[in-house]
Design a protein around this ligand. Structure first.
Ligand code: TYD
Length: 241
């Protein structure tokens, strides 16, 4: 008997949008239905990717330039997919991920100087068929998000929080553009509301898009370019596309 594939949900948005709280709430609600849920985040989500996260957010990679930084996020994503996301989906778990590839499109795109085709080809190489089933864009005016982020932070702003208002405005536009260009995958929810109201709006999207009968299961597969032959064979044995 083949195992039903899990579903892959990502949350995206600028600083202070409240994604992490909402990711936890989706995970709790799905667990409440008796499902196995893996709650994870990017950059990070696997031991090696967490090490890359530390390097990026400390600002160690920034002097290498935006190309190298985009490649480091991608390297972390490959490890995260290999060791956390893909195994979870394959065993039927649902994966709820706080940021994923849209953050590379938006953040590294907003830094400027990077050809969007380069960012998209990194994305194709890293994620291949592992496209989220549902992406929740938690949208908030950039100044409101930045004010929230500075209130909750203990120490100095990290690598990206330290960028100026124009950067954060560009990020917001970029996330909204992604949502508009991929309406089948993305739902925009206003993060400038009470957390309970945001959670309800997100849950309605999960119900409508994923829990309604007949929704096809997540694709689980290794992108050709990063797939060692031995493991590709193992994946196809389990019936993955
Ligand atoms: P984090 O503290 O997790 O931020 P947040 O709570 O806002 O999610 O730090 C992750 C930072 O890394 C955040 O500023 C967004 C940035 N980022 C990118 O620039 N590119 C990416 O591909 C990802 C996943 C994150």
């Amino acid at each position: 008997m083949s195992i039903a594939r899990g579903r892959f949900i990502t949350l995206e948005g600028g600083e202070g949008a409240g994604k992490s709280t909402q990711a936890r709430r989706i995970a709790e609600a799905l667990r409440g239905q008796g499902r196995e849920v893996v709650l994870t985040r990017e950059p990070g989500g696997s031991p090696r990717a967490e090490k890359i996260r530390e390097a990026i957010l400390s600002g160690l990679i920034a002097p290498l330039g935006p190309t190298a930084e985009a490649m480091m996020f991608t390297a972390a994503r490959i490890d995260h997919l290999d060791h956390t996301i893909r195994p979870a989906l394959a065993r039927g778990a649902w994966v709820v991920c706080d940021r994923f590839a849209d953050s590379t499109r938006a953040y590294q795109g907003a830094l400027g100087d990077l050809d969007p085709r380069f960012i998209r080809s990194l994305e194709r190489i890293a994620i291949g068929p592992n496209i989220p089933d549902l992406t929740i864009m938690v949208d908030i005016p950039a100044d409101v998000g930045m004010a929230r982020a500075s209130q909750r932070r203990d120490g100095a702003p990290d690598r990206f929080e330290a960028e100026g208002p124009a950067f954060h405005e560009a990020l917001r536009r970029s996330f909204l553009e992604i949502a508009a260009s991929e309406p089948g995958r993305c739902v925009v929810v206003s993060g400038a509301q009470e957390p309970d109201v945001v959670a309800q709006a997100i849950w309605s999207a999960v119900e409508a898009r994923l829990l309604a009968a007949g929704e096809p299961a997540a694709k689980v597969g290794k992108p050709e370019s990063t797939a060692p032959k031995r493991r590709r064979a193992a994946v196809s044995k389990t019936g993955a596309p």
